[in-house]
Design a protein around this ligand. Structure first.
Ligand SMILES: [Zn+2]
Length: 416
């Protein structure tokens, strides 16, 4: 069986990246191609055309996932799935997700040009709307594939009061819950090539990362309620200042995450009522999140937040409540798939780091359909979700080569 795959075509990848980066909303900062925008629809037509030219059989499902299939020669009907997303955050960059889609299309071309026929079907996917949209929902396309998109999601509204379901219908996807879900036995493995979006690989001077897991995300709200008083006349010792208690929790988020081995914590907003310097703050509402690949750590962090919030409230005679929102648990990467990636990468002679992903990905949803694996390539200065986002072409070429080799390993060895 022929297995000797050639190198990715660097000039072709560079031209692909250049071409799609012109399909952006020029009225917005950076390289914006947000989901549910006209330019994003154009770009997915463009991706479908690239897939067709690569010899893939292309269809667009009920929620806008662009899926190109290269038929396999064997009897195992489970598919090897590769791909990523081409939508961006507002003011985003040119590489997040995009490298994974264009790289997956390049893998299909490389297979054809090397005369390699896979035993399994290869599905190349441009997942619809991976980034959080204006309805504050992310991973729409992969959610629908995994059967975890619900009518509750579709009834979420944006600031104009329009529902997500209505916005999808206007984009041509009027029945996203039906006939989109994939079966439980359809996926042999899902492999995603993605930029790291952080500084680990660059600092280590390594071209590749093998992802060990995707961090869980747990968000909470804390409301402190005290007493509104005159800011000039009420002595400090007699105040019930809700704002000062919120400040204690802000610093606690930093301290709790900062003292863990693998965790980050971020305060998103603090709202004071009233927001005037002449009045002692009566109510303070804080929103924050923790991320970690360590499932057990979250309960520890939650206990600490509960304890500190209670202490801050008690000190000042306030009432308080801490509300934890529905959360995403850490997602495990399949060790068999990681090992297949590792063997493929070392066969190509590349050193690689093992690292977890702090960012969420479509893999979180795809893990519900089968084993997942991820390959990271370096991000300059660790920057992402900004116009400065950059990955060297040489690193992209190495990443695509590693992806192609991993696909062949998975095809030949399965996951036994
Ligand atoms: Zn991404």
């Amino acid at each position: 069986m022929k297995t000797d795959i050639g190198l990715p075509d660097a000039a072709r990848l560079s031209a692909d990246l250049e071409e799609i980066s012109r399909l952006v909303d020029t009225s917005r900062p950076g390289w914006s191609r947000v989901a549910l925008s006209e330019v994003e629809t154009d770009s997915r037509h463009h991706v479908a055309a690239l897939m067709r030219a690569a010899g893939l059989d292309v269809r667009v499902d009920n929620i806008g996932n662009v899926i190109g299939t290269l038929s396999g020669t064997g009897s195992d009907r489970r598919a090897i799935v590769i791909g990523s997303h081409t939508d961006t955050v507002d003011g985003g960059g040119r590489y997040d997700g995009i490298v994974g889609v264009l790289g997956a299309i390049e893998v299909a071309r490389m297979l054809r040009e090397s005369g390699i026929r896979l035993s399994h079907d290869l599905r190349v996917v441009d997942f619809y709307n991976e980034e959080a949209n204006r309805f504050e929902l992310s991973c729409l396309g992969s959610r629908a594939l995994a059967g975890s998109l619900t009518s509750t999601h579709l009834s979420a509204t944006d600031e104009t009061g329009r529902t997500l379901g209505a916005a999808l219908a206007a984009a041509g996807y009027d029945d996203p819950l039906n006939a989109t879900r994939w079966g439980d036995d359809e996926v042999l493995g899902f492999l995603e090539l993605h930029i790291e979006q952080g500084p680990v690989l660059e600092r280590a001077g390594l071209p590749l990362g093998i992802v060990t897991s995707i961090a869980g995300i747990s968000r909470f709200r804390t409301l402190f309620t005290g007493r509104r008083d005159h800011a000039g006349t009420m002595p400090m010792s007699l105040r019930h200042d809700a704002g000062c208690a919120a400040a204690g929790v802000v610093l606690a988020v930093e301290q709790i995450a900062g003292s863990a081995d693998q965790a980050v914590g971020t305060v998103g907003s603090v709202t004071f009522t009233p927001d005037a310097t002449s009045v002692v703050t009566e109510a303070a509402l804080l929103t924050a999140e923790f991320r970690s690949p360590d499932l057990g750590w979250f309960s520890l962090a939650r206990d600490q937040i509960a304890e500190i919030a209670a202490k801050e409230a008690e000190k000042r005679g306030l009432t308080h409540e801490v509300t934890w929102l529905p959360w995403e648990r850490p997602t495990a990467v399949d060790p068999r798939l990681s090992s297949a990636i590792e063997r493929s990468v070392s066969a190509l002679g590349h050193p690689a780091a093992h690292l977890y992903s702090g960012a969420g990905h479509d893999g979180v949803q795809m893990a519900k359909l089968g084993p997942i694996g991820m390959i990271f390539i370096p991000s300059r200065d660790g920057r992402s979700h900004c116009p400065e986002e950059f990955t060297e072409l040489d690193d992209i070429v190495v990443g695509v080569h590693a992806l192609a080799r991993s696909v062949i390993t998975l095809d030949q060895e399965g996951l036994s």
